[in-house]
Design a protein around this ligand. Sequence first.
Ligand code: C2E
Ligand code: CA
Ligand code: CA
Ligand code: CA
Length: 274
Amino acid sequence: KSGGRNRAVVYEERMNEVLQLQRTIESELREALRQSDQLSVEFQPLMSQPNGDIGGAEALARWLHPKYGKISPAKFIPVAENSGLIEDLGEFVLRRACEMGAQWPGRTIAVNISPTQLRNPTFATRVFDILHQTGMRATDLELEITESILLDDEHVSSQNLRTFRSSGIHIALDDFGTGYSSLSYLRRYPVDRIKIDRSFVSQLSKGHASVAIVQAIISLAHAMDIEITAEGVETEEQAEILIQLGSNTLQGYLFSRPVPADEIARIFADPGSG
Ligand code: C2E
Ligand code: CA
Ligand code: CA
Ligand code: CA
């Protein structure tokens, strides 16, 4: 019985530690957003098929803390989402991404958007302001949203998505297959692209059941005129299978890790040496 109480005490201490850590990250992130030289954006190349061109890149937030070093987005994005800081952080990433994209017309720049941003009625106006200020073309911008948005009955989110699509901005559904994936949601929230999550791609090998799943996703998507990106491609075998199944775009360490802005510029300028 006392063992149970001890476990409860240990559990409570752990909870307190976790909460304390979140509070620390939150206040440090608030500070970083004020100074902003700690924050940067990296770009991971997107490889188009069948030609193998680098058709664009995904922008990913990076945080280099003066004392704690590199902090992973997996740690700070959820804290940013829970504290409201995601709006400022998201805008910082979007601006950097559009500054990059403006220099490379015709290349798609994909930017991750949090549900909180999409639910803001002023979000579309802010995006158009940033496009205008940076000179980036709307048709070169792709906003990546997560599946949880599709369960969201919020009028504002769907209104924002419609506004974006009618202005030529592309919408991609990120991490497909990890949540309540149902292609039937796509009738309510039409998207241009589905990104098949790494958890499916990493299982792809000849004869494995995941091949049939990915094949089904791709053929359904294509029947609905939706393009496919496969993320987390790490091996030649995965790439081969995905190309054979008709994936339009491949992304993963096999081609390149996310790289700083000056390096993606070099890759765009000369894909052969990338
Ligand atoms: P995500 O949107 O699914 O982004 C892809 C993640 O997979 C990135 O991790 C990328 O570095 C990693 N990745 C790419 N290729 C491979 C591969 O071949 N193998 C493996 N093992 N990993 C690969 P990262 O940069 O750590 O970002 C993690 C997540 O944080 C992102 O997942 C996204 O959900 C979120 N995130 C990052 N930047 C932003 C941002 O600016 N805004 C928002 N809202 N979320 C962001
Ligand atoms: Ca993404
Ligand atoms: Ca993803
Ligand atoms: Ca993912």
